[in-house]
Design a protein around this ligand. Structure first.
Ligand code: 6PG
Length: 484
């Protein structure tokens, strides 16, 4: 049993890479850290390899682990999201006392977090679902942290989390997002945006590689250059690294020996499912999720290759495209599509927040996503400014700065979609984002046709542009209109 004076300020349960890196981050920042893992070998490994980085209190039972924590106890669970999380939460809750705080730092589904928070509140335990982004490196050196849960727990937890989070311009990349599931909800949407961001970079690569005929090494250089402008971001930076990598075994660019079937663990899919329920069109994220699914439909793709007619395809040369001008057009199309994905993601966050009465401040989110997380980008500063200028902005696209940018981007964006179509190259997010954009700005949408059809086959009624009310045409009668 630990003596009271050397109790731990924070505990970490689950010592796979993310958990042990986070524990090390706390220890390196001067906190005494209690650690526990179901199989004790991992705990022993952590202490053997990194025990000298700070003060760790290692336990081999949950009870000892809980006893080694200072009150109110604070324990972060870093286990694979799912059923295992409930088991660990309950074990901790059993050993804990009133007012102690359990933090789930995994990628849990926000509705599970809402339920868990309620269950823990009934037992007088605080439950904080915290999104943590930044991968293994972020966990060790400073992630972006999105904690939800009760506001009171933030009072105790805030300073601890601030001490390990990434810092941008003196501001730690962590803030209390809102009650119960708010933290995991915004982390989910962060991941959805991450999917769209990764896909638009992939589409730019595809156009430069198979449209302009550039080599991975050349494209890597282009991305390096892009990374010093508006597109300056972690994802562009690492893509340049990936494209420059040569496979040691074959001497080929590594990108050419990686199977082109994208995996996914579920957070992108959840973002789209939640958006469907909220009625928010997250077309960019949706197309990015579907693009991963399509890429992994290997049998279907093999059956279609060389069989589905391509029609008369153009070549880069036959289109008379200039390489440098095309590269710039692609950069602008990427930027515009990325803007749409962010605008849609923020729409979903606003709708989720309204639905659950979370009162999430989008400005705070843009602020804490500037560093530590996977979608960190210079561009997020602009989003912070946009919400500073108008906290009720109806869409990010309508911010004055972004409107100016869009004026510069739109022609290139259209040209890229036309060229991609003529070259027969798929650009699902670039193209659907432009359709979304054109839909938003359209004076009339074909929705009037849909309303007419619905009224025809199901008497679902329609509204009129010239007067209020619901109307129905007697389609199978004399086709006069009645007000219903
Ligand atoms: C992060 C990442 C992280 C993880 C994703 C990857 O913010 O640090 O998003 O959460 O890398 O789960 O998701 P997929 O495996 O679905 O691509």
């Amino acid at each position: 049993m630990t003596s009271p004076e050397n109790l731990a300020q924070i505990g970490v349960v689950g010592l796979a890479v993310m958990g042990s890196n986070l524990a090390r981050n706390f220890a390196r920042n001067g906190h005494t850290v209690a650690v526990y893992n179901r199989s004790p070998e991992k705990t022993r490994d952590l202490i053997a390899e990194h025990g000298d980085e700070g003060t760790f209190l290692a336990s081999e039972t949950v009870e000892d682990f809980v006893a080694s924590l200072e009150r109110p106890r604070k324990a972060i669970i870093m286990v694979q999201a799912g059923a295992a999380t409930d088991a660990v939460i309950n074990q901790l809750a059993d050993a804990m006392e009133d007012g102690d705080i359990i933090i789930d730092g995994g990628n849990a589904l926000y509705s599970d977090t809402i339920r868990r928070e309620r269950e823990m509140a009934e037992r007088n335990r605080h439950f904080v679902g915290a999104g943590i982004s930044g991968g293994e490196e972020g966990a060790l050196n400073g992630p972006s942290i999105m904690p939800g849960g009760p506001k009171e727990s933030w009072e105790t937890l805030g300073p601890l989390l601030e001490s390990v989070a990434a810092v941008v311009d003196g501001t730690p990349c962590v803030t209390h997002i809102g009650p119960d599931g708010a933290g995991h909800f915004v982390k989910m949407v962060h991941n959805g945006i991450e999917y769209a961001d990764m896909q638009v970079i992939g589409e730019a690569y595809q156009l430069l590689r198979y449209g302009a005929g550039m080599s991975p090494a050349e494209i890597s250089e282009v991305f390096r250059e892009w990374n010093s402008g508006d597109l300056d971001s972690y994802l562009i930076e690492i893509t340049a690294e990936v494209l420059a990598q040569v496979d040691a075994e074959t001497g080929k660019p590594l990108i050419d020996v990686i199977v082109d079937a994208a995996g996914q663990k579920g957070t992108g899919r959840w973002t789209v499912k939640a958006a469907l329920d909220l009625g928010i069109p997250v077309t960019g994220i949706g197309e990015a999720v579907f693009a991963r699914a399509l890429s992994s439909s290997l049998e279907q793709r093999a059956a279609a290759q060389g069989v589905l007619p391509a029609g008369e395809l153009a070549t880069f040369e036959s289109l008379g495209l200039d390489r440098d001008a095309f590269i710039e057009d692609v950069r602008r199309a990427l930027y515009a599509s990325k803007l749409v994905a962010y605008a849609q993601g923020f729409d979903e966050i606003r709708a989720g927040s309204a639905e659950h009465a979370w009162d999430v401040d989008p400005r705070d989110l843009a602020t804490i996503w500037r560093g530590g997380c996977i979608i960190r980008a210079k561009f997020l500063n602009r989003i912070v400014e946009a919400y500073d200028a108008d906290p009720q902005l109806p869409s990010l696209l309508l911010d004055a700065y972004f409107l100016d940018e869009l004026r510069d981007l739109i022609d290139s964006w259209r040209r890229v979609i036309v060229a991609a179509t003529q070259l027969g190259l798929p650009v699902p997010v670039f193209a659907s984002s432009l359709s979304y954009y054109d839909s938003l700005r359209a004076e009339r949408l074909p929705a009037a046709v849909i309303q007419g059809q619905r009224d025809y086959f199901g008497a679902h009624t329609y509204g009129r542009v010239d007067k209020p009310g619901a109307f129905h045409t007697l389609w199978s009668g004399d086709r006069s209109e009645i007000e219903v």
